[in-house]
Design a protein around this ligand. Structure first.
Ligand SMILES: CC(C)(COP(=O)(O)OP(=O)(O)OC[C@H]1O[C@@H](n2cnc3c(N)ncnc32)[C@H](O)[C@@H]1OP(=O)(O)O)[C@@H](O)C(=O)NCCC(=O)NCCS
Length: 143
């Protein structure tokens, strides 16, 4: 397993992965626009030459924000999400961020567990944020 920065050449594979991991996938154009931003840091996880996961954050001043994390359904539950969280956490700290924030659907048990294991705690709720479903706001503070 290898984690490295996402490049333009990865976008079609990442977009394919995204359409398998999410009900509302991002378009290739959205990924192109994202990785161009100078405050955005996107990583992919490769296994046997295949992209099986990715994650991206924005680092703005002292706060990093998790934009997206996804693992191919057939590769989930093997620790890839955790490794990607480690990578983006190290990246945020190296950019001088003091905390990371994220939003997650209340019903997304897998993601919430992953974030809790990574040291995030729930700090507030946005009522009805996702088409009527609550968004849980989580934060991890880096010492
Ligand atoms: C959330 C997601 C990224 C986790 O990736 P993953 O590679 O499966 O996660 P890992 O194997 O590293 O598991 C890490 C932890 O997540 C939790 N987890 C993973 N699969 C789980 C499951 N089926 N049920 C409950 N918790 C689960 C566990 O706490 C696990 O730790 P443990 O194995 O020590 O118990 C992946 O499920 C995914 O891509 N989901 C669809 C997209 C999504 O919802 N993204 C997040 C919202 S932006």
């Amino acid at each position: 397993m290898m984690i490295r920065k996402m490049t333009n050449d990865d976008i079609s594979s990442v977009s394919m992965l995204d359409s398998k991991a999410f009900n509302r996938p991002w378009s290739e154009q959205m990924f192109c626009d994202e990785i161009k931003k100078d405050y955005a840091y996107y990583f992919v996880c490769e296994m046997d030459g295949k992209i099986v996961g990715y994650a991206g954050i924005w680092c703005i001043y002292e706060t990093a924000e998790l934009m997206r994390i996804g693992v191919l359904p057939t590769y989930q539950g093997r620790g890839i999400g955790k490794q990607l969280m480690d990578e983006i956490g190290a990246c945020a700290k190296s950019q001088g961020c003091e905390r990371m924030m994220l939003e997650v659907r209340k019903s997304n048990e897998k993601a919430r567990k992953l974030y809790e294991k990574d040291g995030f705690s729930e700090i507030s709720v946005r009522k009805g944020y996702y088409d009527g479903e609550d968004a849980i706001i989580m934060e991890r503070v880096y010492k």
